[in-house]
Ligand binder design. Structure first.
Ligand code: G3P
Ligand code: CA
Length: 379
């Protein structure tokens, strides 16, 4: 909960229970002093609070109004804000590992993200890159299995081969140095690569065992690349989500993609109840054959609203950081006007604008004028 609702709670007259922390209220109602002289007044208030029938009607109305006020404040200051664990709790543990997913679940993430690519035998696995050398020990295990450009493509390996690899903290492919040196030690390749099925089963299992529900948030990575390699990623991903039971509770699933084509296909084939997020990247990333500037225009956003429920976009395309105080860019109002939710990426300690702390940024995102969720490495 953010600071604002807590402050609000302090203003609510005591009704016997302190709403802030659940403890019994220790202070008397405002204007009534404790001690002998206050006793009679307190007893009047107590009678008013406990008196039956007609005497307590104004009190009940007051209580109801305060409750409505409280709910309004909560709903405008963070209630409903979706905390998405970006590649699991990847700020603390290597991304897309069982450990990172379990830690994200334990820390209370609402949704846990899976980036998905296919193996040579068509099995969806959770991996951010189409390449393996940035997060696994593939160079040590299969030194000769790179393509001419020196890169190791997941789609060139069968699942049985993928199972021989171990994941570690993300490294720069040329230097082998950690991308985020302050995180889990680079070069410690301790973790198996998960299939999407295993990731989905793990999170479902944690939901059952803990009684706390987290959702899943798979991203179909590079569909055009997969098609070029002779594979369609959509059907295998949807098959896993269906067979693992996740599609029985569509409110617990978001499906995201930088390419509109798979999202349009899923919307048309699996129906509008599935929650879809159109990712809007930067044109220079070449994520898909799409003009993202056009996609985040008023017209583009209206087009997205025909098949998706929301957008994901980089924080700096959503917020201007030119001054000390951040400022929303127009895309926020335009997306909300089109009825789209907004889940920006990626909040992480290491890449924040200098003028803002993690906490300040989080409060801004989930404040009264804020957005609907955020991808964070530190859920
Ligand atoms: O999917 C949201 C965000 O994760 C997109 O960026 O590159 O981390 O997949 P990326
Ligand atoms: Ca992603």
């Amino acid at each position: 909960m953010t600071g604002a609702p807590r402050d609000f709670l302090k203003l609510i007259p005591c009704f016997g229970v302190n709403l802030h922390n659940g403890a019994r209220c220790a202070h008397p109602p405002e204007g009534i002093k404790p001690g002998a002289t206050g006793k009679r007044k307190v007893s009047v208030v107590q009678r008013a609070l406990t008196a039956p029938q007609k005497q307590n009607i104004p009190i009940l109305v007051m209580k109801a109004l305060l409750l409505v006020g409280l709910l309004l404040v909560l709903s405008s200051t963070g209630h409903g804000f979706t905390l998405i664990a970006h590649r699991g709790a990847s700020g603390w543990l290597p991304e897309h590992t069982a450990a990172a997913y379990a830690y994200a679940h334990a820390r209370g993430a609402d949704f846990i993200e899976q980036d998905v690519v296919l193996t040579r035998d068509g099995v969806p696995i959770v991996l951010h890159d189409i390449h393996l050398e940035t997060t696994t020990n593939v160079r040590a295990i299969f030194p000769d299995r790179h393509r001419e450009n020196g890169r190791y493509y997941a789609i060139d390996f069968t699942l049985a081969e993928i199972r021989q690899l171990r994941k570690g903290e993300r490294i720069k492919p040329r230097s082998g140095k950690a991308v985020f040196p302050g995180r889990f030690p680079a070069g410690k390749f301790l973790f198996p690569i998960l299939t999407l099925q295993e990731a989905a089963d793990l999170i479902a299992g944690l939901n059952k065992a803990t009684g706390r529900t987290a959702g899943i948030y798979p991203e179909i990575k590079k569909p055009a690349f997969h098609h070029k390699e002779g594979q369609d990623p959509v059907a295998p991903v949807m098959r896993v989500l269906g067979e693992s039971g996740w599609l029985d509770n569509p409110e617990r699933v978001y499906i995201q993609c930088f390419d509109p084509a798979p999202l349009r296909e899923i919307h048309a084939t699996w129906g509008p109840q599935l929650q879809l997020i159109q990712l809007i990247g930067k044109n220079r990333w070449k994520e898909a054959d799409v003009d993202y500037r056009k996609l985040r225009s008023v017209e583009g956003l209206q087009e997205i609203a025909a098949y998706a429920d929301g957008i994901g976009l980089p924080l700096d395309d959503l917020i201007a950081f030119t001054a000390k105080d951040p400022r929303w860019k127009a895309v926020k109002a335009h997306a909300h006007a089109a009825g789209l939710r907004i889940h920006p990426f990626t909040l992480r300690e290491e890449t924040l604008p200098k003028a803002m702390s993690y906490g300040e940024m989080m409060r801004f995102l989930r404040g009264p004028e804020g957005v609907d969720g955020v991808f964070t490495d530190f859920p």
